[in-house]
Design a binder for this molecule. Structure first.
Ligand code: FPP
Length: 277
């Protein structure tokens, strides 16, 4: 019982006061920052409802959190940040909410382009881009082109994205290559499969954060999250600030990432035995 209490104490969420600069948080190990962080930005609707407002108000406030997160990740030299901004399933929301989200995306990208450039951020979009409204596609493509030469944080926005869609698309591409005689069935391995995902050339996320208390992955990067550390917080997305990012990273840094090996192997840096746990 005492041991359990000690374990829970050690695993308790870190509470961090107001942060000026991410790099000055003493509990953060700057040598162990995840290279790729993926985020399910959940809770905009509930946050707005709690304030007697329309759900769309929550999405607008969610942009403030996105801005802060991008800046904080750039400061910490996180390599990649993937944001689940609109899922394939989100098309089923009331039309006025879908329209408002599309408008918000277009306006935000247009407004933030200079800020992205001044923070040296490269923007990429993943998902079924062609299903987006014409003006949205145009704006996203322009923004990708305008930031392509930057060399800092790679910001990936998942738009009209779902993992099952992505996996099926990859399967179709591979099947066509086999049919055309470009590859043999025996050539199909993890490397080839990953090259056909929309995240080809992007390392898998090491940390996945979901806000607002739900403990689900919701069709997000199912393949890529295989070994990610999952972090759930009750904070609604519009309230998410750099202090919460710091808490998530500190929690990540306290975990032992075993990749199927034993704890002893990890501690002695052994590479002699691979498996799955
Ligand atoms: C989930 O909250 C959030 C979304 C479906 C949209 C996320 C969009 C933003 C944060 C704003 C735009 C982002 C960018 C990058 C410009 P929810 O509506 O499902 O909340 P609920 O679970 O409380 O209903």
């Amino acid at each position: 019982m005492k041991l359990l209490r000690l374990f829970l104490y050690l695993r308790r969420p870190q509470r961090i006061g107001f942060i000026e600069k991410m790099t000055e948080v003493p509990q953060l190990d700057l040598n162990n920052i995840p290279k790729h962080i993926a985020v399910i930005m959940d809770g905009n609707g509930r946050w707005a409802k709690e304030r007697g407002q329309d759900r769309v108000y929550g999405h607008h406030e969610g942009v403030v959190s996105v801005r802060e997160l991008v800046k904080a990740c750039a400061e910490l030299k996180v390599g990649y940040l993937t944001l689940y901004a609109f899922s394939t399933e989100n098309w089923n929301r009331p039309q006025h909410e879908v329209n408002a989200l599309m408008e918000l995306l277009v306006n935000t990208i247009r407004r933030e382009i200079d800020e992205l450039n001044s923070n040296n951020v490269v923007l990429s979009i993943i998902g079924d881009i062609n299903s987006l409204p014409e003006n949205c596609i145009k704006e996203m493509r322009e923004a990708e082109a305008l930031t392509a030469k930057n060399s800092g944080l790679h910001l990936i926005m998942a738009l009209s994205y779902s993992s099952r869609w992505e996996i099926i698309e990859a399967t179709k591409k591979i099947a066509s290559q086999v049919k055309a005689g470009q590859i043999a069935v025996t050539d199909i391995d993890e490397k080839l499969f990953e090259q056909n995902l929309s995240t080809a050339h992007i390392p898998h996320p090491e940390l996945m954060i979901r806000t607002s208390g739900e403990h689900r992955i919701s069709n997000f990067l199912l393949y890529q999250l295989a070994y990610a550390e999952l972090y759930f917080t009750n904070v609604h997305w519009p309230d998410f600030r750099k202090e919460h990012l710091a808490e998530a990273i500190i929690n990540y840094q306290q975990r032992e990432r075993r990749f199927g090996k034993t704890s002893e192997q990890i501690q002695t840096n052994s590479t002699d035995h691979a498996g799955i746990s």
